[in-house]
Design a protein. Structure first.
Length: 426
């Protein structure tokens, strides 16, 4: 009779805990995120998230209660939070910035592509061939879009338009109002208006095409000069296309971590380059030889910073994975399975929190005092969480349910903290 009573008590408690876990998504959230564009890599990215952030728990027992890693340590002796000293990290999970988190995986090289012909290419001629029509698809997709190459500051930029048939046109300008003279009081303008055609594109992986410049012509010969309306015009090459050999067209959805570092720098996403699986939100054009990159504007919704975009994506991935894990927890038949899945639920939110912390460290690099303030705040949160997790497991100390109780409490607090950190990035 006593044994039956204990079994009934355990089942009732599990139901209550599960209800609390399912309700985590609505726990006082104030974080507002931008609706992210759906891409062909979304499912692959979600699969990566589950396998990388959560999958390690499949082989690791979480039946033991999470350890109080930072008990008795002062902020001065604790490792810098990320949060690195989480009470419910689970066996073997490090959070010092060197763990196997999505943002720590080394960037992969772009996939190999077919060898380009040695002879100079030409624009694909009109044809009813399905294969030839397929090869022109990337140009059809970007027709009417504007590709920009710019530092993001100053007066220079190059804008490029690509047509469906592989022809292109554009212009480059760089104003230097300080370079003035008696004959040109309105300053100096480096300028180039150009047009030409690309070779037929070839596949370079699932999210990229590669081609070359077949021909390019300039309205005014590079190297020539003239003064018009008090401005000294110096005609130049098309900045961004100069010395071009292979040109790569990256499609929206291409994982940013797998793109060339120089391209990611030019388009402004270098600070989030280590967020594994983060999809490119626009079209990109990369001059491999000159290491220069163009990008198209983000079309849907208002502009958000790369850091905010990455945080929104990470939270969306964690929420999607969390829903699947909560369903697995409901379907679990044994306490051992419940312990393991509850550990995966915690690791899911903890992995996202670590990735967001790394973004914050880059975002708050200047001024340093702001990051120092946030670090102290994080240490205080870690201490609070560890105490709350230990308190939650006291009633079941030494029992088979202790790990589940503590994991779910850690997951609840970590999810709340993830939303709080997300608010720091505008």
């Amino acid at each position: 009779m006593k044994r039956e009573h204990e079994k009934m008590k355990t089942r009732c408690l599990w139901v209550l805990l599960l209800a609390a876990a399912v309700a985590l998504a609505g726990c006082g959230r104030k974080y507002e995120k931008k609706e992210l564009p759906q891409t062909r890599t979304t499912q692959a990215a979600e699969k990566y998230h589950l396998e990388t952030v959560v999958g390690s728990a499949q082989e690791t027992s979480v039946q033991e209660a999470p350890k109080d890693a930072a008990a008795g340590e002062s902020p001065e002796t604790q490792p810098e939070p990320g949060p690195e000293t989480d009470a419910a990290s689970g066996p073997g999970q490090e959070q010092d910035g060197t763990s196997s988190q999505p943002g720590d995986t080394a960037a992969a090289e772009p996939e190999s592509r077919a060898e380009l012909p040695q002879e100079s290419g030409s624009v694909l001629p009109p044809s009813d061939s399905a294969a030839e029509a397929e090869s022109m698809i990337p140009f059809t997709d970007v027709a009417g879009k504007e590709f920009y190459f710019s530092s993001g500051a100053g007066a220079w930029y190059t804008v490029l338009h690509i047509q469906e048939d592989g022809t292109f046109d554009g212009h480059y300008q760089d104003a230097d109002m300080g370079d003035a003279g008696e004959a040109y009081p309105n300053g100096t303008l480096y300028y180039s208006t150009f047009s030409g055609s690309f070779t037929a594109p070839e596949r370079a992986g699932d999210d990229a095409w590669v081609f070359r410049i077949a021909s390019i012509e300039y309205e005014r010969e590079p190297g020539t000069e003239e003064i018009l309306d008090g401005v000294f015009y110096k005609y130049t090459d098309a900045y961004g296309l100069e010395n071009a050999e292979d040109l790569y067209l990256y499609l929206p959805g291409a994982p940013i971590s797998g793109l060339p570092e120089s391209f990611v720098r030019w388009v402004g996403y270098y600070s989030v380059r280590e967020v594994e699986g983060l999809p490119l939100p626009f079209y990109g054009l990369f001059n491999e030889n000159a290491e220069e990159g163009f990008s198209t504007p983000i079309e849907e919704g208002a502009y958000v910073s790369p850091e905010r975009y990455a945080v929104d994506w990470l939270i969306q991935q964690a929420e999607d994975a969390g829903k699947r894990l909560e369903a697995d927890l409901q379907a679990a038949q044994t306490q051992a399975d419940m312990n393991q899945i509850s550990g995966q639920i915690y690791e899911n939110w903890d992995g996202a929190l670590n990735a967001v912390w790394k973004i914050l460290k880059s975002y708050f690099m200047y001024p340093e005092e702001r990051m120092a303030q946030l670090t102290e705040e994080e240490r205080a949160w870690i201490a609070m969480k560890e105490e709350a997790v230990l308190e939650a497991g006291k009633e079941y100390e030494g029992g088979s349910m202790q790990a589940m109780v503590q994991n779910l409490k850690a997951a609840e607090l970590t999810q709340e903290r993830l939303y709080e950190l997300g608010e720091y990035i505008s």
